[in-house]
Design a protein around this ligand. Structure first.
Ligand SMILES: *Cc1c(COP(=O)(O)O)cnc(C)c1O
Length: 219
């Protein structure tokens, strides 16, 4: 099937409150342009350099989401244009994003990545760490970032019950903090669900799905 057909098929199944991030990592610009011509405007990449190269070549009404693990020393390359950073997992990283965003006179939206999977290979904060960040005094001084939600990845398994348990765990944490309303922190976005598990993620409360292979084919 073509990229545009895959896209329209997926979009027809998404509730209106769920945002689709087309995960285009490793795919050539021509493939992204096919999705663009089919109306897609939000793309997710997991490497800053690859995302920046695509940003330079592609139309400027695209919103670029960084979905991968972020190294502090590479933040500067995406700060001029990035629209949402999904994988923020420390106060130190938030501080660096804030510093560079201020330089560019921007406010950059971020999601805190929460560790929900059993595997310890997946990055993310535990409940104690998220509590510490959201309650820290230093966070209040960051005027050029906004924490707009949480992101998580379930364990890579066939076990639907386990995936569901992990998604519901993240939803519980999200609900716990979405009352919190400060100048730079309002949790409204819950980024969870990929090609293999996005329907389940939506049932569990996801508002943003990150779908790659079901749109662009296997990598
Ligand atoms: C690659 C990736 C996705 C998309 O995975 P698919 O299985 O291809 O849909 C989603 N989220 C993150 C963080 C990824 O790295």
């Amino acid at each position: 099937m073509s990229i545009s057909k895959n896209l329209s098929k997926i979009k027809s199944t998404l509730p209106s409150h769920v945002t689709l991030v087309a995960v285009s990592k490793t795919k050539p610009v021509a493939d992204l342009m096919e999705a663009y011509h089919a109306g897609q405007r939000i793309f997710g990449e997991n490497k800053i350099q690859e995302m920046s190269e695509k940003w330079e070549q592609m139309p400027k009404d695209i919103q670029w989401h960084m979905i991968g693990h972020v190294q502090s020393n590479k933040v500067k390359y995406m700060i001029p244009y990035v629209s949402l950073i999904h994988g923020v997992d420390s106060l130190k990283l938030l501080k660096e994003i804030n510093r560079l965003a201020a330089k560019w006179k921007r406010t950059v939206d971020c999601l805190l990545q929460i560790h929900i999977a059993e595997e310890d290979t997946k990055f993310g904060l535990d409940e104690k760490e998220i509590h510490e960040i959201l309650n820290s005094e230093e966070l209040k001084t960051f005027e050029n970032i906004r924490i707009v939600g949480l992101m998580g990845m379930a364990t890579f398994t066939e076990n639907q019950e386990q995936i569901k348990r992990e998604f519901l765990h993240l939803k519980t944490i999200f609900d716990q903090y979405n009352q919190l309303q400060t100048d730079n922190c309002q949790l409204t976005t819950l980024s969870m669900g990929m090609s293999g598990d996005y329907q389940l993620a939506i049932e569990c409360g996801s508002t943003m799905v990150r779908i790659g292979s079901s749109i662009f084919g296997v990598r």
